[in-house]
Structure formats: structure tokens, C-alpha cells
Ligand binder design. Structure first.
Ligand SMILES: Cc1cc2nc3c(=O)[nH]c(=O)nc-3n(C[C@H](O)[C@H](O)[C@H](O)COP(=O)(O)OP(=O)(O)OC[C@H]3O[C@@H](n4cnc5c(N)ncnc54)[C@H](O)[C@@H]3O)c2cc1C
Length: 375
């Protein structure tokens, strides 16, 4: 049993309980506290630290590569593609407004996309002109994407025919961003409790009673699910499919010429430099079915694809000169559509979930939208 002191402080009735302390949960707390500084807001997370995607991603501050935007326009239509792109663009602006670059290692290093021998020069030029014209009102640039084939030699890539550059993209330190957000929302008055899992909830007399995996009672006027890939455990009706993303990190590579963030194959491969090391992730398209999992281990199949890509494309001239120092995975949320689910599910129960692998940039914007409708 909890004590009266605990009941009247940590577990007192709340205005809002946010479930999940990843980017979306933390940005939501930020927007709620900014608008309602006296609100009683608690963020619960079942991990000791946020344990989903936010601290386990690749740290790209990106709004989409050329081939990704072309594929999105074809799959969901230009209006939806542009609306997501605008959210991501604004999200990246917001991150830079709220946090000093140094605090989160934000670097506007530029983004590049690699095209292999199968790419067609004419088609690529048409796609660039088409997407540049479409997105000009958002990026305010005539040519967001530009050819930069000289980068192939500069970076020493193998199996690469063309490179498209985008000056607006950058990289950041995801751990530092989560930590900075945690400190910020706590300084604004939100309470963060970790190691507490939510297993369900009921509405009783107009208030939400949370069921927790600890012998604690907690109620709130509203709850907000920011549980991304794990949301089906609490709201099984939502169209969410978990998608594991795997990453590897090399040891320092002496004389590494690669700097920036890079995409290939519609964003299914992504890599960047982290100092003089290469952080590489992706290859999920090589084994979609086995990666539809919430298991945060790594698999030999995907890691072998990543290693082959590293050897053949990124560092062909450096074989035997580095080792793989780290491997990890995180879980993203996908679905039949790429747009996030941001809405009230039932009276007092809200969600901001399904970030489709774009949450670094989307979180500051979707959280603002849900915070507005919540209070
Ligand atoms: C390998 C990888 C690379 C990526 N690269 C990029 C990128 O370059 N750019 C980009 O924009 N995005 C990228 N992403 C995606 C991005 O990281 C996610 O979209 C974003 O972190 C999602 O944030 P979130 O807050 O919605 O979810 P999460 O960060 O997953 O947070 C959900 C939280 O909810 C908690 N939780 C779940 N269920 C419960 C429960 N029942 N009770 C209590 N707590 C619960 C979890 O512990 C977790 O902390 C990548 C993801 C991965 C895995």
C-alpha cells in the first residue's frame, strides 16, 4: 500500500497523464505546460528511460529524401505527401528554436541520397524538377534537391552512379535531445515517473482510472497515449504495425572522408558519420516480415545486409581497417498509411501515435496539435 504522503503528491489526481516518454510524449508535455503552466501533468513510462524508438534511432534531422518523396506522392497523392513534409519541415525548425544546437549536437551538415547503377539520369532529373517545384512553397528554395555527383568521388562510395544533395538536412544526438526535453518539461512543472507500465484504463464518473503494473492508483481528467509501436496493447483497434529498425556503428575509421547524412533505396538504407565512425541503419526491406516485431534484439540476416552495404558502398576502400563496435535496434510504428494518428479515441482518451519512422521531425508538430485539442 502507498502512504498518504505518496498518495497526496506523486499519485494525486492529475489533469493529464501522458503514457510514453519518447519524443511525442515529451513534446506533448512541453506544449501542454506552455499553454497551461498550472496543469497537473504526469508522464509515465514503463522503461527506466524512454525505451522505444526515440533513444534508439539514427539521429537524422530530415524531412525526406527525393526518392522517398517521389514514392510517397505516388502512394498517397501529392496533398498528403506535402502535408507530412510540411509537418516535418516545421518540426525541424521548432527543435532548433527550442534547443541550442550545442545542447543536442545539432548540425546542419546537409543530406545526400545515393543512386545505384540502375538509376536513369533523365528520370532522376525529371523527378528532381517535379519535387523541387512542388515543395518550393514549403522550403522556400527553388532547388531543394540538387545533383552533386562529385560527392561520389569525394566520399569514395562504391556502386553509386548519382548523388542528390539537400542542404536543409542535418543530424542530432537523439539521447541528448530526449534528455534535454526531459529536463525542460520537468523544469516547467511536469512530473515524470519511469518504471511504471500502463496495462489498461477505465472511465469512472467522467474520470480516467489507469490500471498500472504496480500497486498504485492514479486518475486523470484526460490521458494521452504516446506509445507509438506499442499502442496496440492499449488500443487494439488502431492500424499500427511494429517495424524494427536495426543499426550498427563502426569503430573510428582513420581518414574517414564521409560527413553528413545519407539515404539510399527510398530511405531503406540510411547512414551518417558520428565523428570518425559510420552509423548505418535499415535494410528492413530485405526481410519485412521478420522485422514486424517488438523484440529489441538484432538479427543476423539484417546485420549481414548492413555489413555488405558498408563494405561495398560506404567504405569499399577501408576493408579490414575498422570493426563493428555497436549493434542495436528500436521499434517504429507503421500502418497502411504513413500519416500519424492524432485524435480523441473516446471521451478523455487521446492518442498521438504511428510516427512511421519520422518522429524526430514530426513529434514537435503533432504534439502541438494534440495538446490544443486536449485542454
Ligand atoms: C533505427 C531507427 C532509426 C530511425 N531514424 C529516424 C530518423 O532518422 N529520423 C526520424 O525522424 N525518425 C527516425 N526514427 C523514428 C523515430 O525514432 C520515431 O518515430 C520516434 O522516436 C517515435 O517517438 P514516440 O515518442 O512516438 O515513440 P517511442 O520513442 O517509441 O516512445 C514510446 C514510449 O512509450 C513507452 N511505453 C509503451 N507502452 C507503454 C505502456 N503500456 N506503459 C508505459 N509506457 C509505455 C515506451 O517505453 C517508450 O518509451 C527511427 C527509428 C528507429 C528505430
Amino acid at each position: 500500500m502507498i502512504s498518504i504522503w505518496e498518495k497526496e503528491t506523486f499519485f494525486a489526481p492529475q489533469d493529464v497523464v501522458i503514457v510514453g516518454s519518447g519524443f511525442v510524449g515529451l513534446w506533448s508535455a512541453y506544449h501542454i505546460m506552455k499553454k497551461h503552466p498550472r496543469a497537473r501533468v504526469t508522464i509515465l513510462d514503463r522503461g527506466l528511460i524512454p525505451t522505444g524508438a526515440s533513444t534508439r534511432n539514427a539521429g537524422f534531422a530530415c524531412f525526406g529524401s527525393l526518392s522517398e518523396l517521389v514514392a510517397d506522392a505516388a502512394a498517397m497523392g501529392t496533398d498528403k505527401m506535402l502535408s507530412i513534409l510540411e509537418m516535418r519541415f516545421k518540426g525541424l525548425e521548432r527543435i532548433q528554436k527550442v534547443f541550442p544546437k550545442k545542447e543536442i549536437d545539432f548540425e546542419l551538415c546537409g543530406g545526400y541520397e545515393l543512386y545505384d547503377a540502375n538509376a536513369n539520369a533523365g528520370l532522376l532529373a525529371d523527378q528532381m524538377a517535379y519535387i523541387n517545384a512542388l515543395i518550393k512553397p514549403i522550403t522556400r528554395l527553388k532547388k531543394t534537391f540538387q545533383p552533386d555527383d562529385s560527392a561520389i568521388r569525394r566520399f569514395g562510395f562504391g556502386g553509386t552512379r548519382f548523388i542528390v544533395r539537400n542542404n536543409l538536412e542535418g543530424a542530432l544526438h537523439s539521447g541528448k535531445l530526449v534528455r534535454a526535453l526531459l529536463r525542460l518539461v520537468q523544469s516547467m512543472g511536469a512530473q515524470v515517473l519511469t518504471g511504471i507500465g500502463v496495462t489498461g484504463f477505465d472511465t469512472v464518473n467522467g474520470r480516467i482510472e489507469l490500471q498500472l503494473d504496480k500497486a498504485i492508483a492514479l486518475t486523470a481528467s484526460s490521458i494521452l497515449l504516446c506509445t507509438n509501436a506499442f499502442t496496440k496493447e492499449l488500443a487494439p483497434e488502431l492500424d499500427i504495425v511494429p517495424a524494427r529498425g536495426q543499426v550498427l556503428l563502426t569503430s573510428p575509421v582513420a581518414g574517414l572522408p564521409v560527413t553528413g547524412t545519407f539515404h539510399a533505396e527510398e530511405g531503406y538504407y540510411y547512414f551518417r558519420n558520428l565523428g570518425s565512425r559510420i552509423l548505418l541503419g535499415g535494410a528492413r526491406h530485405k526481410a519485412f516480415a521478420s522485422e514486424e516485431t517488438m523484440d529489441m534484439s538484432t538479427s543476423e540476416t539484417i546485420q549481414a545486409h548492413l555489413q555488405a552495404y558498408l563494405d561495398e558502398v560506404i567504405l569499399p576502400g577501408y576493408r579490414g581497417m575498422y570493426t563493428i563496435d555497436h549493434r542495436w535496434s528500436g521499434i517504429m510504428a507503421m500502418g497502411s498509411e504513413k500519416s500519424p494518428i492524432v485524435r480523441e479515441l473516446s471521451p478523455g482518451v487521446y492518442c498521438a501515435v504511428r510516427m512511421s519512422g519520422m518522429g524526430v521531425a514530426l513529434a514537435p508538430v503533432v504534439s502541438r496539435e494534440i495538446a490544443r485539442s486536449l485542454l
